[in-house]
Design a binder for this molecule. Structure first.
Ligand code: SF4
Length: 175
């Protein structure tokens, strides 16, 4: 076992979504050694091996790991926070136990920027998604306010299948 537990250290209001909280967890030992293996898992959006920071996209919000701290955004309440920290402890231990199957990540991975997302959109500014421009839709995708399927052009055109898959991979969302 790598980690005994992650204690809930504190919570504070989540500015990204009023009514939700940010949970701060403190692992029972440093995550330094396990971070390169965790960085190989799906849904990673940024990884900085030099700084020792790793961010995952959650269904709602983000999960960021530092060697000595964990931040989870858009959590309903402290009780959900405790469940998430317990599940994360299990996931970290399972990853550590299976590390011989993984190639540790050693290179920087940065979060996609609006222009990266826009480059994979149809760029017609047709407004079928309800946004005024494809760039506005790109911003909304990055803020998790919209989903890739809400662009009907990208969703329905078979010629854009690869583009759609690339965008999903960039955003760390499953098909
Ligand atoms: S529906 Fe798609 S192509 Fe049309 S404006 Fe929205 S993002 Fe752009």
């Amino acid at each position: 076992m790598y980690l005994e537990s992650i204690a809930l250290e504190r919570t504070y209001p989540c500015l990204a979504e009023p009514g939700k909280i940010i949970v701060v967890g403190r692992p029972s030992r440093t995550l330094e050694e396990v971070l390169p293996f965790l960085a190989t898992l799906p849904n990673v959006i940024t990884y900085n091996p030099a700084a020792g920071t790793l961010t995952f996209r959650r269904q709602a919000g983000f999960l960021t790991l530092y060697p000595d701290r964990i931040y989870i955004t858009k959590v309903r309440d402290a009780s959900e926070g405790l469940s998430l920290l317990a599940a994360l402890t299990d996931a970290i231990n399972a990853t550590w136990e299976n590390r011989h199957l993984l190639t540790p990540a050693t290179t920087l991975r940065r979060a996609p920027r609006p222009l990266d997302v826009w480059a994979l959109l149809p760029q017609t500014n047709c407004r079928q998604c309800g946004e005024r421009t494809c760039m506005a839709f790109a911003f909304a995708l990055l803020q998790q306010q919209r989903a890739v399927e809400e662009c009907p052009v990208l969703r329905d055109d078979p010629a854009l299948t690869d583009q759609r898959a690339a965008l999903r991979a960039m955003l760390g969302v499953s098909a």
